[in-house]
Write a protein that binds this ligand. Structure first.
Ligand code: FES
Ligand SMILES: [Fe+2]
Length: 413
């Protein structure tokens, strides 16, 4: 539920932003150095193209791990229901009249029909009950079957005693934590287990006060590439000066970044060119910074934290999901901002932030990801991609996948 902003969270964000900025300015002063991994890393092209690996990723990374389904504010009111249709199975999340969250397989227990379709723009739908569109079986928001038209057709106490009493929806583990709604399709989830999963990254997410941000807009798209190839483009700023030379490459240095590992999660920040002027000033004279960084929640959620106006934070959320085969994927894009819009400039700033996520930057990244994937498909069996020491977040992402899937051979040079 939305809370009053905590001053200490904002203070902590400023302290983190100061420490990142100091490191970025140091890199600029050193002649544009960047944070480095220990050594370059090689990775087989099969990691991107092999259908067996893609299937393992779905099973292990997406069904057996905590996944961010939505923000708490997406489903804040009694009766709000949210559909996550991006995993192998469709998930329905509900908030009942006691404001308790439940999640279920979005599958009717009669003949398996999907109960609630995903809503346009990733929004929730408000329901008092769940009515199957096929034969109108009816469930309450706790997943209990409460009405069956023509129920006498299912009553056979001799052979199937209490048949309808057992046809409730299949529950899925769901927990609300740090302003996010997490689900895990296989295995149990608790606030403690998510806290353990996030480890040292938990305070970094907590300080974002995501529970105070509401969805401004969202959309999704499909792309013909592997989900990891697309995600790789968010992991480094090494390509800014070339691929994005007419957009972000104008405002940010290529290949100057600060990387912080909270493995398997991480945060990365890039060097705005305007930081250059600070290297000749004493730090106490520097203006107060705002946090500007990509927070990556393994395995697929990127929270790009920036600002609308001084002090007003916004988060652009990119969630990448594998598609039906290794060469297809879906990306959900959303912008979240403080809900208390009181004037037109604030409204315009939110619209601008949304338009920005569908900018040439995203289009350029996905074009490269699609073209690159095609080449990998046709590359020789022994072709390996190389991730530089200057791409530590990229290395961390693939090392985390490799260690979870076990069978992937990743070589350091
Ligand atoms: S499949 Fe849902 S009521 Fe028949
Ligand atoms: Fe990019």
């Amino acid at each position: 539920m939305p809370n009053q902003p905590k001053q200490d969270a904002r203070e902590r964000r400023i302290q983190v932003a100061k420490s990142i900025r100091k490191r970025l300015v140091q890199h600029i002063a050193n002649g544009r150095t960047t944070d480095m991994a220990e050594r370059p890393m090689l990775n087989s092209r099969h990691v991107y193209t092999d259908p067996a690996i893609a299937q393992n990723e779905k099973d292990i990374l997406f069904l057996q791990s905590p996944i961010v389904a939505c923000f708490s504010t997406d489903i804040a009111a009694a009766g709000d229901c949210f559909v996550l249709d991006d995993l192998n199975v469709s998930i329905l999340i509900t908030r009942d009249s006691d404001l308790r969250l439940s999640a279920f397989l979005n599958r009717c227990s009669h003949r398996g029909t999907r109960l609630v379709p995903p809503q346009p723009g990733g929004h929730s739908i408000n329901l008092s009950r769940i009515l199957c569109p096929f034969h109108a079986w009816c469930y309450n928001l706790q997943g209990n079957l409460v009405a069956v038209p023509g129920h006498e057709g299912f009553q056979d106490e001799d052979h199937h005693p209490g048949l309808l009493n057992r046809r409730h929806l299949t529950p899925v583990s769901v927990v609300e934590h740090l302003g996010l709604v997490w689900i895990q399709v296989k295995g149990a989830l608790t606030s403690e287990s998510i806290q353990g999963y996030l480890g040292e990254f938990a305070p970094e997410l907590e300080q974002l006060e995501l529970q105070n941000l509401s969805r401004v807009h969202s959309h999704d798209f499909v792309a013909n590439t592997n989900w990891k190839y697309a995600l790789d483009t968010y992991c480094e700023g090494y390509h800014f000066g070339m691929l994005h030379r007419d957009s972000i490459g104008d405002a940010y240095y290529s290949n100057v970044s600060v990387y912080e590992g909270f493995l398997p999660h991480w945060r990365i920040s890039f060097a705005a060119k305007q930081l250059e002027q600070l290297q000749h000033q004493a730090e106490p004279l520097w203006p107060q910074p705002e946090l500007n960084a990509i927070h990556f929640v393994f395995p697929n959620t990127l929270l790009v934290v920036g600002n609308l106006e001084q002090g007003e934070m916004c988060v652009r959320v990119f969630r990448l999901f594998p598609g039906d085969n290794p060469g297809t994927m879906r990306c959900d894009i959303a912008v979240f901002a403080p809900g208390n819009v009181v004037n037109d400039p604030q409204r315009v700033a939110r619209e601008f932030a949304y338009n920005d996520v569908d900018s040439p930057i995203t289009q350029e990244d996905y074009r490269v990801a699609m073209e690159g994937y095609k080449n990998l498909q046709n590359a020789p069996d022994d072709f390996e991609l190389v991730y530089g020491m200057n791409e530590p977040a990229l290395q961390a992402f693939h090392q985390a996948i490799g260690s979870r899937l076990g069978h992937i051979k990743i070589r350091s040079t």
